[in-house]
Design a protein around this ligand. Sequence first.
Ligand SMILES: [Zn+2]
Ligand SMILES: [Zn+2]
Length: 248
Amino acid sequence: MREPTVALLRRAVHLVLPPACAGCGEALEFDGGRVCARCTTRLREPPHPRCARCHAPRGTGLPAARPCPECADWPEGLIAARSAAILEPPADTLVYALKYGGWPELAPFMAERMHRILPGMSSSRTLLVVPVPTTVSRERERGYNQAALLAREVGRRAGLSISPALVRHEGGGTQVSLHRRERADNVRDAFQPALAATADVGGREVLLVDDVLTTGATAAAAGLVLLEMGAKSVSVLTFARALPGDPT
Ligand SMILES: [Zn+2]
Ligand SMILES: [Zn+2]
């Protein structure tokens, strides 16, 4: 069965069954929420100590001056990465449901968690929100780009303007199941400026929004293009991040 058909069927099922939590499947009170209170309290931010720049947990007892291996290869202008939750249950289930499960209605909940950590990222009220794009064919399959849904919701909550400043080439394949070096190679030339939006980016502090940060290869590649377009700096905001060394 083709992917869009599966997503449509899942959506239809959501509409006819009693509402259930997208994280654990428990029945929900019908209050418009999509995630139960228990799953919400289980979401946790990356634990301390963590890299000041990318928030990768660093383990205890490491010299503070030792360079962080997670962000050492990032372009200099990619100044920060923040994530609302570690990619572990139930955050991983929510990410999967938004991306593949035909649950775009999870975006407001996830964006709310992202918006909560935004004040810690920048004092700027003039950030330009840019979603990490997906390819035209993948967006057609899913019916939406999950990063664009999150960007729209974060932008709305924070009163920030949004620009679809990047486009993503077809090809390159999915990042899933690739290791760190392979991911970097796979994604290096994946992005280019969206011609209609190049003027948006010059001189701006950009907030690049995605659902998940895994190795940071996607953020580094997209960030580099934004910096080449004249962005003053780029920060990355995702709903979840994989722990270093986690191959997922
Ligand atoms: Zn739940
Ligand atoms: Zn780091």
